[in-house]
Design a protein around this ligand. Structure first.
Ligand code: GTP
Ligand code: MG
Length: 200
């Protein structure tokens, strides 16, 4: 799929204020600093579209970007940033849960996983929670450029084994790097195939 246009539409903290359209939405979630906003910029080919930062906790709102006038990319705040007050963390968690559970337009949630880390409890618990609520999701391994040729696939394989302890079937998996662009075509083709299916 070619990205012909990508435009920022709206940021907000409430699901009820998200765009009033029926267009399908693909949202990006994961721990703070995992690379959600960078991935969105990589996918759209627009460097400054989503705000990125070297310090965690940059994205604080639900951000809608209209793509090709046909579908939305949604950038969500990260979860689990420890250096935030409990209150502020809980508020973000409510915002995320509200969007993920209530937004009917949300067609697929991409859950980002830092490929350099061993499977983290916070991610596994989040994935478990998605399963309990029947939320459609895929996993995206980020920062693959930081791992060597062999270490990358090995890390992904280890993650699969961890998931297979609780899941019978694995979700779609993508290996990406926002710096070298790998995984871009796979994710865009995946989104395109769902969009075509929805059009019937
Ligand atoms: P929050 O909005 O704070 O939750 O973070 P985020 O998940 O949106 O992360 P963001 O895209 O802002 O990136 C965090 C940091 O990781 C930045 O310093 C990025 O440059 C870096 N980064 C993101 N993706 C990659 C990648 O694929 N490779 C490398 N090497 N660095 C990356
Ligand atoms: Mg962000």
């Amino acid at each position: 799929m070619k990205i012909k246009s990508a435009e920022f539409k709206i940021s907000n903290s409430e699901v009820s204020k998200c765009p009033d359209t029926r267009l399908p939405e693909y949202a990006f979630i994961g721990r703070s600093n995992v690379g959600k906003s960078s991935l969105i910029n990589m996918l759209t080919g627009m460097k400054g579209l989503a705000k990125t930062s070297a310090t965690p906790g940059k994205t604080m709102l639900i951000n809608h970007f209209l793509i090709n006038n046909e579908w939305y990319i949604v950038d969500l705040p990260g979860y689990g940033y420890a250096r935030r007050s409990k209150e502020s963390r809980e508020q973000l968690e409510r915002m995320i849960a509200g969007y993920v559970l209530q937004r009917e337009q949300m067609t697929n949630l991409f859950v980002l996983i830092d490929s350099r880390l061993k499977p983290q409890a916070i991610d596994l618990e989040f994935i478990e929670w998605l399963g309990e609520h029947g939320v459609p999701f895929s996993l995206v391994f980020t920062k693959m450029d930081k791992l060597g040729k062999n270490a990358g696939p090995l890390a992904v394989e280890a993650y699969k084994q961890e998931l297979l302890k609780t899941w019978e079937e694995l979700p779609p998996l993508f290996m990406t790097s926002s710096t070298d662009g790998r995984g871009r075509d796979d994710i865009l083709s995946y989104i395109d195939s769902i969009n075509q299916e929805l059009k019937g």
